[in-house]
Structure formats: C-alpha cells, structure tokens
Write a protein that binds this ligand. Structure first.
Ligand code: NAD
Length: 500
C-alpha cells in the first residue's frame, strides 16, 4: 500500500493532527493508498508558502523561457514515469487501462503544450487611446498571484495538469487540491515536481476534503484566484465563498450535452461516435454525450444497431486491454446512477438495454453499472435534464432539426454538443445555434490545450486552454506613458491647476 504526505513549500509533511484517509480500488475494493489529510492548519500552511513564493520568490519575475523549461520538465517526467502512472490511475479511479494510457500520454503532451504557451506574449500595444499621437499605451498581462486549484475525481492526472499548466505558464503560484476520491496520481506528480526543483512554494499539492481544505482555499484572503472543476452545485458554493474576498473565479462544471444525428449522417460512424460520447470512462465525463437526438427517418434502425453493439461491450477488469468499460469510481456513484435508472423507468422512458449491475463473476466486487440506454425519453424528464455521471444514455426522438436544436438548448447546462452529418454546411447551421462552449462535428471528446474549453450557462464561468484560458490566470494592467512632454499642452491643464 502506498502512503502519501502533503507537499508544502517543497517538503513532504504529515498532518499536524495525524489525520489520514484512504483510497480504495473501485474494481476490487482493496485499499491501495493512505493520504495525509490536510485540515485547515495545513491548508493555511500551503497557502502561506504559495503567497511567500509569489510575493518574495523569483517565480513571477523569471523569464518566460526559464519558466517554460521547468514546465517542460514536468512533461518529460510524466513520460518517464508513464507506466507507473497508468497503473496507479487504473487502480485509483477505475479507468480502463486503454483510457489511462491515453490520459497519461495526453497529460504529458498538454504540459508540453503549456510550456510553449508560457512563451506567448500576452501584452498588447494599444494604439491611439487617451491622447492619439501624444501617449504610448500598453496592456500588460500579469500573474494574478496565488491560485487555488480544486479538481474532481474523473480525470485525476489530466485535471491536475490542466490547472497547473496555465497557472504556472503565466507566473502564478499554486495550491492544488485533488479530489479525496482519487488523489494518487496528483501526489505522485508532487514527487516528480519535487525532483525537478521548482523555486520554493511555487507548487503545493495537498490531499484533503472539500469541507475543510477546500473551504479554506475558497475563503482565505491570501488566495487570489480559484480555478475549480467539479459539479455545478459545488461551483455555486465556491462562488459564494469566494465573494467574501472577491477572488477571481473560473468554474468548469457539469453538463448534459446533446448529440444530434441528422438524417444524412454516416450511420455506422455516428453509432460508434454516440457510444464513445456516452460510455467513455463509464459516462463519468463532464462533456459526455448524454442526450442522443435521433430523427424519425433513421431512428429505429440506428437504435437497433446501437443496442446490439452496446450489448457486445466488455464490462469488467479495467487492467485488461480487452475491457471496454470498467467500474464507476465509488459505491456512492454506483448507487446514484442506479437511482437515476429507477427514475427513468418511473418517468416512462423505455429501457432499451442495461439498467442493472453486470452479473459476471469478474464484476462481483466492483462498483459496476451496465451500459444503459433509455429510448423515447422526454426532454423534460429528470434523466434528460440532470447530470447522471454514469453510463446512461437518454435517446430523444425528434421530428425536425429545429425541434432537435430547441430541445438541445432546453437545459441549464451548455458545455458540449455534437452533430453528425455528411453535409458540413448543414452541420455548421446546427453548430452555430447550439448554446454550448464546444461543438463537435462528426466527433466527440476531443480537446486541445490550444483551443478554449468551457461552458455556457450553468456549465461554468471562463475558459480553460488556449490564449483565452491563459488570460484567465492574468490581471490586465493598462500603462499610459505621456509623450506630450510640455506642461501647457496637457489636456487637463485648464481644469484644475491654478494659472498663477
Ligand atoms: P465535486 O464538485 O463533488 O468535487 C470537486 C472538488 O471540489 C473536489 O476536490 C472536492 O473535494 C471539492 N469540494 C467539494 N466541496 C467543496 C467546497 N465546499 N469548497 C471547496 N471545495 C470543495 O465534483 P466531483 O464529484 O469530484 O466530480 C464530478 C463533477 O465534476 C461532475 O459534475 C462533472 O460534470 C464535473 N466535471 C466538470 C468538468 C469540466 O471541465 N466542466 C470536468 C470534469 C468534471
């Protein structure tokens, strides 16, 4: 069993009161790791270290090239350690090995991408403002200060990278708190970072819970910005908590993304795409394609083929390359998903496949739910409106494309969306009308650190990735340099200053 300490001010330390918590493997319920639990005192220690590092340390003033080199070193270390990280991610989160390999590979690649973004010049020369011809005006983008990064359990390593990358690239210092459900790879990351040798206190990683460590991060006046990914309900709590000291807040929250298949779609590809959109990582993705909209003309054939294919999915041991779907992250999550299945039945949707716990001996100790599809779902029902965060697809039949778009937008969320068609113009017509931060055409789930990602409506505030995402970690400063140089020619000369 692995044991992890808190990483504060470049040291590994235990909790003052000796409190710990454990993580279990959701496939077999074996305890795999013990973590020091950061309480309020330890969280304050981590914040203080990050504050000192920002206010008095070299990090915010280092050249972009120096910072980029250290960020790139994290990417290299992830690549060197990838085998272990994959193994641990599978054991800690229930991710299939196929997904975990991709996650670790992408974590390294994204971090490498952030090292390049660290070189981007975000400053701007503003022409002709204030006094055209008589002043020079600049917009400087500077780090905000101490960033508290709070992340969920579904993509533990990737989420840590998505927060650390842009925060560091723009010269901030960070306290990162992984989810109490899946802290293993974030704490492994602390070891890699320690070996690289960042200046003291620039990166602090603390394992702990939302109720104490998380709450302290969101209220402590020494924190300047909160970068949160998690549920909409906790996002709302965080915004309220952060209001006390008016912290900058970016929130990446929940979703209920609609996947619209048009009549002329490549059916086989759209079926695979719809399954990938919902069943990837057991449906535990914020941008999962949870509502599938099918047209009358092809709906029945589409359903028949998709159900047949879904029933062939291999659900079981996540360490096996042949496994398509592993367990959910926890017993709590399994129960919550099964409750939604019961609700779907009560609400009158037609259970087309799945809906239970797999019966194979391989699944007997894990938190599994079968890949589940409900057909003829009413878009107003709870399984079409609420985030289930499990392998449950709600299929909604539509008559006209306008209907499909209207229903897709009839949601409190606005994170992702998709459209399948052979006609790009038709697809673009739909893409433009979807009120979501990302739209995929004949694709799903693809994100890139160079393109902004985030939500409309209650899916979030702000953007992650790309130049937009970097700017979320900066303050804008306008510098006006007077170039008139002559007292009497100042525009304000006649307004206040006595003439004699
Ligand atoms: P969660 O909101 O329960 O927890 C997220 C993090 O917040 C955890 O680290 C938790 O400890 C912390 N936390 C909880 N209460 C807190 C509080 N009061 N103050 C400060 N921190 C607190 O989410 P989860 O169950 O871990 O993850 C699933 C959710 O995350 C889903 O809703 C999913 O849609 C969302 N998610 C969104 C994105 C995105 O980019 N939009 C990506 C992944 C997951």
């Amino acid at each position: 069993m692995r044991e992890y300490q808190l990483y504060i001010n470049n040291e590994f330390v235990g909790p003052a009161d000796g409190r710990t918590f454990t993580s279990i493997n959701p496939f077999n319920q074996e305890v795999i790791a013990t973590f020091a639990r950061a309480g309020i005192e330890e969280t304050r220690g981590a914040i203080k270290a990050a504050r000192e590092a920002f206010d008095r340390g070299p990090w915010p003033h280092m050249s972009p090239e120096e910072r980029a080199a250290l960020i790139k070193a994290i990417s290299d270390k992830i690549n060197e350690t990838s085998k272990l990280l994959v193994e641990l991610e599978v054991a800690d989160s229930g991710s299939t090995i196929r997904k975990a390999k991709e996650d670790v590979y992408l974590s390294a690649r994204n971090m490498n991408g952030f090292s390049k973004l660290a070189l981007a010049d975000l400053n701007e020369q503003l022409d002709g403002v204030s006094k055209p011809g008589f002043s020079k005006n600049m917009l400087l983008r500077e780090p905000i200060g101490v960033v508290a990064a709070i992340i969920p359990w579904n993509f533990p390593l990737k989420m840590a990278i998505w927060k650390l990358g842009p925060a560091l690239a723009t010269g901030n210092t960070v306290v990162l708190k992984p989810s109490q459900e899946t802290s293993v790879t974030a704490m492994e990351l602390a070891k890699l970072i320690h070996d690289i040798g960042f200046p003291k206190g620039v990166i602090n990683i603390i394992s702990g819970f939302g109720s104490d460590a998380g709450a302290e991060l969101t209220t402590n006046p020494m924190v300047d910005k909160i970068a949160f990914t998690g549920s909409t309900i906790v996002g709302q709590q965080i915004m309220r908590a952060a209001a006390g000291s008016l912290k900058k807040v970016t929130l990446e929250c929940g979703g209920k993304s609609a996947n619209i298949v048009l009549d002329d779609a490549d059916m086989e590809m759209a079926i695979d795409g719809a399954m990938y959109a919902i069943f990837y990582h057991q449906g535990q993705c914020c941008e999962a394609g949870t509502r599938l909209m099918l047209p009358e003309l092809i709906g029945d054939e589409f359903m028949q083929k998709m159900i047949e294919k879904t029933q062939r999915m291999k659900v079981g041991d996540p360490t096996q390359m042949s496994t398509d779907m592993g367990p959910l992250v926890s017993n709590k999550q399994q129960e919550s998903v099964l409750d939604y299945v019961a609700k779907g039945k009560q609400e009158g949707a037609k259970l087309a496949t799945g809906g239970g716990v797999p019966k194979s001996p391989e699944c007997k100790n894990g938190f599994f739910v079968e890949p589940t599809i409900f057909d003829h779902v009413d878009n107003k029902s709870s399984i079409a409106q609420e985030e289930i965060f499990g392998p449950v697809l709600s299929v909604i039949r539509y008559k006209t494309v306008d209907d499909a778009i209207r229903m897709a937008n009839d949601s409190i969320y606005g994170l992702g969306g998709g459209v399948w068609s052979k006609d790009t113009e038709k697809a673009m017509h739909v893409a433009r009308r979807l009120r979501t931060g990302t739209v995929w055409v004949n694709e799903w789930h693809l994100l890139n650190e160079r393109a902004p990602f985030g939500g409309y409506k209650q899916s979030g505030i702000g953007r992650e990735f790309g130049i937009d995402g970097l700017k979320e970690y900066t303050e804008s400063k306008h510098v006006h340099i007077d170039e008139v140089g002559v007292r009497e020619k100042k525009t304000w000369y006649d307004t206040v200053v006595p003439k004699n």
